[in-house]
Each structure stands twice: as C-alpha cells, then as structure tokens.
Design a protein around this ligand. Sequence first.
Ligand SMILES: Nc1ncnc2c1ncn2[C@@H]1O[C@H](COP(=O)(O)OP(=O)(O)OP(=O)(O)O)[C@@H](O)[C@H]1O
Ligand SMILES: [Mg+2]
Length: 368
Amino acid sequence: MGSLLAGVAHELNNPLAVLTGHAHLLREGAKDESLASRAEKIQAAADRCARIVKNFLALARQQPPERGAVSVNMVIQDALEMLAYELRTDSVEVTCEFAAGLPPLWADSHQLHQVLVNLIANAHHAMRKQPKPAPRRIRLASQLDREHQRVRLTVADTGPGIAPEIREKIFEPFFTTKPAGEGTGLGLSLCRGIIEEHGGTISIQSEPGQGATFVIELPLVERATAEAARPAMETLPLVGARRVLVVDDEVEIAHMLKEILTTSGHEVDMAFDGAEGLDVLRHGRYDLILSDTKMPTLDGTGFYRQLTSEFPDLCHRIIFLTGDVLDRAKREFLESTGAPFLMKPFDVADVRRLVHRVLAVGEQGGAK
Ligand SMILES: Nc1ncnc2c1ncn2[C@@H]1O[C@H](COP(=O)(O)OP(=O)(O)OP(=O)(O)O)[C@@H](O)[C@H]1O
Ligand SMILES: [Mg+2]
C-alpha cells in the first residue's frame, strides 16, 4: 500500500509542477484583476494538491530527519508565506511573536516546514466555516525555554476548538472530520511522526469554543557548527544576467523553468537529457545548470559524474530537480554532491531564490 501511494504521488509531481508554475507566471503577467484572481485560485488549488502529495510521500516512506542548522523563525515565516494567499482570501488575520536571538536548531528544515504548513492549514480550515462576526485569527509564536534547553512553537487559532472525545484520535492516520474528498487525515499523524523523530513533543490545548492551540517543543541540540542558518536573500549581492542551462526530459518543465528564469533576466538554454546537456556545455559557457535527476539516456548521476571530469567548475553551480528525494539511492547521490536541490512541484519564488543564491555565492567565492 505504501509503495503504491508513493508511486502515484510521485507521478503527480511533474504535472503539478507544470500547473503551479504556470499559474504563478500567469498571475505575475496578468494585466487585469479578474484574470489575476483566477490564476491565484488555480495556484491555491494546485498548492493544496501538492501538499497532499507531499504528505502521502512523506508518510508512505517515513525517513529519518536530514539535519542541518535551521532558523525556526525562518521556517515559520516560509510556511506562512506559502499559505498567505489562501489566508488572505478568507480574511484570516495572522500575528507572529518571534523570540529574538533563538539559536539555530539542528533539524530537518523541509520536515519542519511541512509540520508548520499542516498546522496552519488546519487552523485555517477550522475557522473557515465559522460565521463572519467570529474572529479569525492565527497566532504563531516561538519561544526559548533556556532552563530546559528547548524551543517552543505555538500555533493557536480562534476556531471551534477540538472536542475532548476526539482529542486523542486526531493524531491517528486517516482520522478526519472533514467531508469526503476534503481531508485525508494524514496531516497531524505526519506532524507527530516528524516531531518525535526530532526528539520533540506535540500537544494540544483546547477548550471547546476557545479555539485550538498546538504546542511543539523541540530540544536544542548542541552543535558547534560553522553552518549558520542559510543567509537571508537581502545579504546576498545582486547578480546580473547569467547563462543558465536547464536539463530535463519533461519538456513542459524545461520550458517552464526557462520562462521563470528568463523573466528574472537570465539567458536560458534547454537540453532534454544528460547526454544532450553535455553536448550543449561543450559548445558554450554557462554560469549555472538546473538538472533533473531521472532522465533517459544519461540521468542526473551520470551527467554529474561527467561534469566532475569535464567541467569541474560547474559542479558547484548545479541545482538538481527531483520528484522524490525519498528514494534512498537518489538521496545518497544528492548528499554526495552537496548540491542544492528543488523538489517538484516547486514554488516559483523558491526557484528564483535558490538560483540567486547559487549564483551569488559563486560570485562571492570569486569563482567566475
Ligand atoms: N486547529 C484545529 N481546530 C479544530 N480541529 C482541528 C484542528 N486541527 C485539526 N483538527 C481536527 O483534527 C482532524 C485531523 O487533522 P489532520 O490534519 O490529521 O487531517 P485533516 O486536516 O482532516 O486532513 P488533511 O490534513 O489530510 O487535509 C481534523 O479533521 C479536525 O477534525
Ligand atoms: Mg490537516
């Protein structure tokens, strides 16, 4: 059952990436209000599908966390950004109380992101059905508990709360009170799995009629680490137009990435498998490569191997695209390259941010 779910979920990622990407571009380019609002609706629906797929994949193949230094406040902010449109449309007010000077956590930022997205989406859902005069507020907070060496994250809403008789059940897989077709009931079981894998706890405080408050506590794991949380975009120098090569056998995805990066001012060429990619590289100079991992003829692994001998400079200027990092072999390969990767379906803003980061870091290092 698990592998069937994962297989189906995985297959959905390519078309979903096309859908979310084009919806984003459509909205960006829309000249009139109603078209923009339609595009936003398509995007919000596609994002929702993407979340469901992510949950399925993560649950079907539970993985130990892949840890790095993580800024908790940044994780909260990113999750919020992802849901901002849906929240705004339903007039949900969001307040954040971020603890200053939180040390970075030694954690899996993708997994924590998933937890936050699920909790915020749940809070949003719970309040959506409430009649209008009732307040719709989500409060997000981070706190440092120095004494116990823990970080506490709170997601509180002003929804109907959770009845005591189902309070224990809500963390079970497939438990949902949503109508058929609206919820899978996987969100909270996934959240609990992830938090416990991190050595933390997740609990609820809820009085009926008083809203629901989810509290996560994560241990501060000491790690004398040089890897600070990733630098914020603002601290990176601006980069001008660069030459980018996109390598992906999914023609629609390649075209979409081209469009995304062309609108950021870069010059983009495409190749549709690794062998073709190498051929293009032999005939021109490129500053950055975006490459799929699963391709016919020469896949991402073979492509990268060839890069190391023929174009070693580009090994630090490659971003991989993948529909599934949960496959062990692929995960180990990605780890061994140390290259960043984007999970399909990707967020257009994430694509741009990462491209900017890789280009900017390359420039700071003086390797041009
Ligand atoms: N903030 C909340 N307020 C009230 N009820 C909640 C809240 N969060 C979760 N619940 C209850 O817990 C149930 C299980 O949540 P869970 O996130 O696991 O699944 P779901 O939201 O129903 O489906 P999915 O997450 O797959 O869309 C929900 O159906 C709802 O009844
Ligand atoms: Mg949910």
